[in-house]
Design a protein around this ligand. Structure first.
Ligand code: ADP
Ligand code: MG
Length: 783
């Protein structure tokens, strides 16, 4: 404890400009406990049981006292054999180039850049993917027994490359000894070591003990004592394993991080003290040290936890601000329902709305009637009846004299939607117009005019619908179907485009890609969510089977049986990495093969992304009208295609698809009165691939699958939802860090309520971080 006091006084003496950086001072006061050894003049940290959980006392001035407990992180030796850096390790160090580290040149800096490391700060934020758990100390050579893994500390006697019969294999063999005995150490394919290691070098060797009789160590990792980096960096305790490249191997990264270690203290302390105290989180610098040089796994976890909370907090604050800027600050036309269109529409339906449909419709109806823009996500399984809910919203807009636009990702889907909407809205006097790239010339002019003058109340089209040159008389509602293809920025752009003449349109996003609650809270933190969890009654179940190659013929026979019974089937061709052209070729070949072989008795159609749109449409239409029995397709059929008579879907190389995509594809069948069948072919190369296919055979519940997917991938980007931009996560894994997400969300709400523009001094660095992350929204925090 005494030592810490000394450290702190020395440190403060070196900080003349304390008064100017209140936030920074806080950082330093906390981080003082992890001062590098060249400040404190000792190589040993204080070892005692950590006690982070105890809340720190916070004085009225906001300056933190040092937290109780010892410094985080193993107090390894100081690497700075040269004099300490001439600049104080203040905030400027965080952005300093790697070449500012002693002995680091341009080549190293270039190689690190490939990993996204372009500054000392980025280096320190390059976190270990995992740790190798090596034991603490070195063992005497004489105590080793065959088969165990151990670390020894030895002196090198001789070293040479040993010839082997296989030319590709080169073994380096060394004689080494310690006070207790001698042994042989071998490395595979590291011939350079015979030149770089010198007799007399003192080494730490980590490896597996082999050889009956004579003692031999097959070396996993080694280091030269007194060489680059702290002692034990590669061989003792919890050794970090970083994402690395061939030219920037993990050993070099360890050395670099070790060099940068005294500068961890330059890490900006973005978390306000109050939050740190409440959540029991260590300071920014301490966390970095704990993550890179942990003495124990709990310590590493605690360090990482802090970084995760900070990252999620920044993201949540940004999303909160996006929501604010999209919502309350702008006005929207209140669209009041009269029921004059929706009531006859509902009466004409051959079925009743399901309870979740009614609830979603109610929520949306309420939003529409308010004078602030709605930003709502309607999620529900394929076939859960989202379209009908959207149609009711469109009716409400029309009843209030406003126009509605329906946006879909593809032209094919736009045309299909037009048919559906026409059938529903036509009878109540609303004729939707289609506007896609295919509509050109006079006809396009006519439709544009109808929208400009307000004679058309409903438009359906691709995103081009909201491009320049398309004007609405009074756009009140924008419906975006299959919205998982759009990121936060695109949503913002859309919202801005939908804001005409000062008033924003209401926005309703729909997705059939179920989003686990955790993800909805992050990627969609700017949206309110309505969920339709159950499908309308009377839906047919879909049986799913994962079929091995040797049973292919049998599977084809089942498909043929369905076709003979008058049903139809899809065959989905795999993704081809080389691109659409190669994919098209593959699909064409497959169609030929099936047409001539197993399905010679049937009409086989083909649809793929590289076809001219006329051809594509013709193929889809032929299938929809039952003129073809079997449709060979790429994933162009993934979204929204609705052919109730298609009962079977056969997916080739299914392991190459994401779980969400597979679920979407499976949603193409079981849409009518007949039970569906989904056949998966695939020999997964990875365990994750196998788990995905297994999951698919086990459940058809999209929400359960979404959760499973989150577990399998453990990733921030789930379900092929490309979380582009600001919601990309570097530290957090939503599958794992649920608690942190909840904490960050709560904290973000509190902060945003008290200080929405993040202007208080203790929020200054958070503000910078939010603006940096959401740089597509430069004025985000001005509102
Ligand atoms: P989604 O867009 O959610 O995938 P759709 O809106 O296309 O689903 O609905 C799929 C089918 O279910 C449509 O043919 C629709 O007419 C029908 N449907 C919708 N709601 C109901 C309901 N409450 N009861 C019975 N069938 C319904
Ligand atoms: Mg739909």
């Amino acid at each position: 404890m005494k030592r810490r006091g000394v450290a702190r006084i020395e440190w403060l003496r070196l900080l003349p400009n304390v008064g100017f950086f209140p936030q920074t001072v806080q950082t330093f006061a906390i981080s003082a406990v992890s001062l590098p050894s060249w400040y404190v003049g000792t190589r040993e940290g204080v070892r005692a049981t950590p006690d982070y959980a105890r809340p720190m006392a916070v004085s009225a001035t906001g300056t933190d006292p040092a937290p109780p407990g010892p410094p985080l992180g193993e107090a390894r030796g100081a690497p700075w054999t040269s004099p300490p850096p001439s600049r104080r390790p203040g905030p400027a160090w965080w952005a300093a180039p790697l070449t500012d580290l002693p002995g680091v040149g341009n080549t190293t800096a270039e190689r690190a850049r490939v990993l996204g490391i372009d500054s000392v700060g980025a280096l320190l934020e390059h976190l270990p993917a995992r740790y190798e758990a090596f034991d603490e100390g070195a063992r005497p050579v004489s105590s080793l027994s065959a088969g165990e893994e151990a670390t020894v500390r030895v002196v090198l006697d001789s070293i040479a490359v040993r010839p082997t019969r296989r030319r590709s294999l080169r073994i380096v063999s060394a004689r080494v000894h310690d006070g207790s005995g001698r042994m042989t150490a071998t490395w595979f394919n590291q011939a350079h070591l015979a030149r770089t290691l010198q007799p007399g070098d003192e080494l730490l060797l980590r490896g597996r003990v082999g050889g009956e009789g004579r003692r031999e160590l097959s070396v996993k990792t080694h280091e030269v004592i007194g060489g680059r980096g702290s002692e034990g960096l590669h061989t003792q305790g919890l050794v970090p394993v970083y994402p690395a490249t061939e030219t920037m191997p993990v050993r070099r990264l360890r050395e670099l991080v070790d060099l940068a270690r005294p500068l961890a203290r330059a890490a900006p302390e973005r978390l306000p003290a109050a939050i740190r105290v409440r959540l029991g989180l260590p300071g920014a610098g301490d966390s970095l040290v704990a993550v890179h040089f942990p003495r124990s796994r709990p310590e590493a976890r605690l360090g990482r936890r802090r970084m995760v909370v900070e990252e999620l907090l920044v993201m949540q604050l940004g999303l909160e601000a996006v929501r604010r800027s999209q919502g309350a600050s702008r006005a929207a036309p209140p669209l009041r329902a009269t029921g004059e269109r929706s009531e006859p529409l509902l009466e004409a339906l051959p079925f009743r709305l399901t309870a979740p449909q009614r609830r979603a419709a109610r929520e949306i109806g309420r939003d529409l009637a308010r004078p602030v823009p709605m930003r709502r996500l309607l999620q529900g399984e394929v076939g859960s009846g989202k379209t009908l809910v959207a149609v009711l919203a469109i009716c409400q807009a029309a009843e209030a004299g406003a126009q509605a636009a329906v946006l879909v990702p593809t032209e094919t889907l736009a045309e299909q939607h037009l048919r559906t909407l026409d059938a529903l809205l036509g009878p109540v006097g609303l004729a939707p117009v289609l506007l896609t790239g295919r509509v050109t010339g006079k006809e396009r002019e006519r439709r544009l005019m109808a929208l400009r003058t307000g004679t058309s109340a409903v438009a359906v089209g691709t995103q081009a619908l909201l491009s320049e040159g398309v004007d609405f008389d009074r756009l009140g509602l924008v419906v975006v179907d299959e919205q998982h293809r759009f990121g936060v920025e695109q949503r913002q752009a859309l919202a801005e485009r939908a804001a005409e003449g000062g008033a924003s349109a209401h926005l309703l996003y729909m997705t059939a890609t179920p989003i686990p609650r955790t993800l909805a809270l992050t990627a969609y933190g700017d949206l309110t969510v309505s969920t339709i969890r159950t499908r309308p009654p009377g839906r047919s179940p879909v049986e799913t089977g994962w079929v091995r190659e040797q049973d292919r013929e049998e599977a084809y026979e089942r498909v043929r049986a369905e076709l003979r019974a008058g049903r139809q089937a899809y065959v989905i061709c795999p993704l081809v990495e080389e691109g659409a052209a190669a994919e098209a070729r593959a699909a064409t070949t497959e169609a030929e093969r099936l047409r001539e072989g197993p399905f010679a008795a049937f009409e086989v159609g083909l649809v793929h992304g590289a076809q001219p749109s006329e051809e594509k449409r013709a193929a889809m239409l032929a299938f929809a009208e039952g003129r073809t029995d079997l449709l060979v397709a790429t994933t162009v059929v993934e979204v929204g295609i609705d052919v109730p008579n298609a009962t079977t879907i056969l997916i080739e190389d299914a392991d190459r698809f994401g779980l969400a995509q597979l679920h979407q594809l499976r949603g193409r069948v079981g849409r009518g009165e007949h039970p569906g069948l989904c056949i998966l072919f695939g020999e997964p190369a990875t365990e994750d691939g196998a788990r995905r296919l297994e999951a698919l055979t086990q459940t058809t519940d999209g929400f359960r699958l979404a959760e499973l997917d989150l577990e399998i991938r453990g990733e921030g980007s789930v379900l092929g939802l490309r979380q582009a931009g600001p919601t990309d996560l570097r530290f957090a894994r939503l599958g794992r860090d649920r608690r942190e997400l909840a904490e960050a969300r709560y904290a973000a709400r509190r902060i945003a309520a008290a200080d929405p523009r993040l202007e208080l001094p203790e929020h200054r660095l958070l503000r910078d971080a939010v603006l940096h992350r959401f740089d597509a929204f430069p004025r985000l925090l001005d509102a």
